[in-house]
Design a protein around this ligand. Structure first.
Ligand code: XMP
Length: 213
């Protein structure tokens, strides 16, 4: 799925992250983040098409049934906001915050930071929306928590699915793209809190994350 559209994005005359002093790339102020991307996996046009398809599937599945999109922060904020604007039927929006990655690329302890109010969960049809389904731990735990708190139904929708990394059995009902086992950033996905603002999904240059390991 690599795109040849790389030149569309400005690559400045500045040292790449591997040549700069140690420290998170984006902390070297003023250097655009594009240069830290090795390959673009899904460009903006591909993302638009993928989201259109998922939005149609979600619309068909919930037509005539009230439902709430629950965006899993922070990573899904970009995907969720694009997705809901392509779903033309009534929906409500809520947020849940879970973090599992800390500053590295390896899955760590999962922290549930905050949940929607009880009234937004109990008796509701929930569609949990996340940026990426990797080991499956985050979404399987969140689905369990939502059911425990009285949700009528819980389904899941992910922007990216990395099935090769699954550690617990889990399948999302809706997904935009399958992705290989690469650490990906952009379109809401981060490394050490950075790169969420890239408008495409890319694989980070190895030197950008190995410096921090
Ligand atoms: P699990 O392993 O619980 O992961 O399915 C879900 C959460 O882990 C983060 N994650 C990633 N973030 N690039 C990222 O920027 C990746 O390749 C990646 N893999 C997992 C993400 O926050 C997701 O919600």
């Amino acid at each position: 799925m690599a795109s040849g559209a790389r030149s569309k994005y400005p690559v400045p005359l500045a040292p790449a992250c591997g040549d700069r002093p140690a420290g998170p790339t984006s902390e070297n102020l003023g250097l655009p983040v594009h240069q830290d991307v090795e390959t673009i996996l899904f460009d903006e046009a591909q993302i638009r098409l993928g989201i259109d398809r998922v939005a149609s599937e979600v619309t068909a599945a919930y037509r005539g049934r009230p439902f709430t999109v629950v965006s899993v922060l922070k990573g899904s904020c970009v995907f969720a906001s694009d997705l809901i604007r392509r779903i033309p039927i009534p929906l409500e929006l809520a947020f849940v915050s879970a973090s599992s990655y800390g500053d590295g690329t390896q899955s760590g302890q999962l922290h549930l930071n905050f949940f929607p109010a009880e009234s937004e969960i109990a008796g509701r049809n929930l569609l949990l929306v996340d940026d990426i389904l990797d080991t499956g731990r985050t979404l399987s735990r969140l689905v369990g928590e939502m059911k425990r708190r009285g949700a009528a139904e819980v389904r899941t929708c992910v922007f990216l699915d990395k099935p090769s990394r699954r550690a617990v059995p889990f399948q999302a009902e809706f997904r935009a793209f399958e992705v290989a086992d690469l650490f990906v950033v952009g379109y809401g996905l981060d490394f050490a809190g950075h790169y969420r603002n890239l408008p495409y999904v890319g694989a980070l240059k190895r030197e950008c994350y190995e410096k921090r390991a």
